[in-house]
Ligand binder design. Structure first.
Ligand code: ADP
Ligand code: MG
Length: 455
């Protein structure tokens, strides 16, 4: 028998950790540790994946060791073994019985999933402070489907990795189980639903989505204002949820900020675990670029990588696009990339406002503040001039500085028609031409909005 047994200390340490950490940290990270063994001055935990091991080691090892010291007066250090648990729970029962297979067929690799981008895997996802929570939860979910975090909702601005992470969950499950994984954008889901109505094939539609073991729906903000499909989604959700099948959503904002969405559906979105992705820090941006360059045919020098990472700060999609531009140039011209060429090629990109993840809400707030009116007036219906003018400016800036369509902006402006947004935009565009002072105001507002984002 093992002469060391620190398990009782661990139980006490766990209680202490519960006081020191918030609940989601406990469920996401600490609960991912299982006591495994004790050796002299060492306690060994088993964890499900190397990723979880690394994250816990980085974030909590010190804290756990210190807590051990507090309660036991012993310097006990942590060690980890990675033992991947099989998918348990209800899904397991649904798996077809394993057929005895010859050694050759055993290794057969499953075909790629038809709707998942093959590059959007966990291996290709760089983890930094901005996304470690979400990335860890995503991994934990693939091991505990439909159980703890259902639905899982990932939200955040454009180009921050929502689709990538969602599809990584899809790949992981697809590659390791026989479960049915359906990935669909909210837009396709809607279109498919509408055409099934037209073709009188609604049953087929319902059956398809309600028979998914894992349903991934990307960009659910698209459902705003679309009542028919919301109703359908609500029922799909309930069917899957009740039979503990995993649902994952992505959204461009906190689900509580969604508008024109039935409250019962909203409460479903918010029910499980909601985690946001933030903009990556400089080091993470460099790491992402280096990862992307692994397969590049062209050598990009480190100072160019740093330059790009320094100047494109808000979103990974733009970061990648800038690098792709440099690679393409170097390849076509057959010349090495230098920092001078890079600066020259990316001058416009570096200056662009769209690379910041600016929200319509923040524009509305800043404009309301600037003209000293209330936010509800900016979004409301009052037609006095002192209100319509700032409202039009907010519409103009929202169209200029964000990626939203006029339909989406209509929703943000209290449920207006897209033509109202267009009208406001045109009014300001015309006035700018006639009144130089208005241009100054607009430039000033843009600066305030941008400064607000650089902090
Ligand atoms: P979103 O859905 O949030 O708009 P995407 O998932 O489409 O963003 O990501 C945009 C691009 O950035 C994709 O090519 C994706 O692979 C890449 N990307 C985003 N985050 C990361 C990351 N942490 N590591 C590596 N690539 C990333
Ligand atoms: Mg996306």
């Amino acid at each position: 028998m093992n002469q060391w047994n620190y398990k009782p200390f661990w139980e006490e340490t766990y209680k202490q950790l519960k006081k020191k950490l918030n609940e989601s940290e406990i469920t996401l990270w600490i609960d991912a540790l299982s006591y495994y063994d004790s050796k002299e001055n060492i306690i060994v935990f088993s964890v499900g994946t190397p990723f979880i091991r690394d994250q816990i080691a980085q974030k909590y090892q010190r804290l756990i060791e210190d807590t051990f010291l507090e309660i036991s007066d012993m310097n006990i250090s942590l060690e980890f073994v990675v033992i991947s648990k099989n998918i348990q729970t209800t899904q397991e029962k649904k798996l077809p019985p394993v057929k005895p297979s010859s050694p050759e067929t055993q290794k057969k690799i499953k075909k790629n999933h038809p709707n998942l981008n093959k590059n959007y895997t966990f291996d290709n996802f760089i983890v930094g402070d901005n996304n470690d929570y979400a990335a860890n939860a995503a991994q934990v979910i693939t091991k505990n489907l439909g159980k703890n975090y259902n639905p899982f909702l990932i939200y955040g601005g454009v180009g921050l990795g929502k689709t990538h992470l969602m599809q990584a969950i899809g790949h992981e499950i697809w590659n390791n189980t026989n479960l049915t994984v359906i990935y669909v954008t909210a837009e396709s889901f809607t279109n498919e639903f509408i055409s099934s109505l037209k073709q009188k094939k609604v049953m087929g539609f319902k059956n398809k989505y309600r028979s998914a073991d894992v349903l991934l729906i990307d960009d659910i903000h698209f459902f705003q204002g679309k009542e028919g499909v919301q109703e359908e989604l609500f029922h799909t959700f309930n069917t899957l949820y009740e039979s503990e099948r995993q649902i994952v959503f992505t959204c461009d904002r906190n689900p509580s900020d969604l508008k024109s969405l039935s409250s019962r559906l909203k409460s479903r979105f918010e029910r499980g675990l909601n985690i946001d992705l933030k903009t990556p820090k400089y080091e993470t941006r460099c790491a992402i670029l280096i990862k992307k360059l692994e397969n590049s045919p062209i050598l990009i020098p480190q100072d160019v990588i740093n330059l790009v990472a320094q100047n494109i700060s808000s979103n990974v999609r733009d970061l990648e696009a800038a690098m792709t531009k440099l690679i393409a140039f170097a390849e076509i011209k057959n010349k090495p990339m230098t920092i001078e060429i890079a600066k020259d090629l990316l001058r416009d990109t570096f200056g662009s406002t769209r690379q910041h993840n600016i929200s319509v809400q923040s524009i509305q707030k800043i404009v309301a503040n600037y003209f000293d009116i209330s936010l509800s007036d900016i979004r409301g219906k009052k037609r006095t001039k002192s209100i319509t003018f700032p409202r039009h400016i907010a519409m103009y800036l929202s169209r200029e500085m964000t990626e939203n369509s006029t339909t989406e902006l209509g929703i943000e402006f209290g449920g207006k028609d897209h033509s109202t947004i267009l009208n406001g935009y045109q009014k300001i565009s015309e006035r700018i031409l006639a009144e130089p002072s208005l241009e100054v105001t607009i430039t000033e507002l843009k600066k305030i909005i941008m400064d607000n984002y650089d902090k």
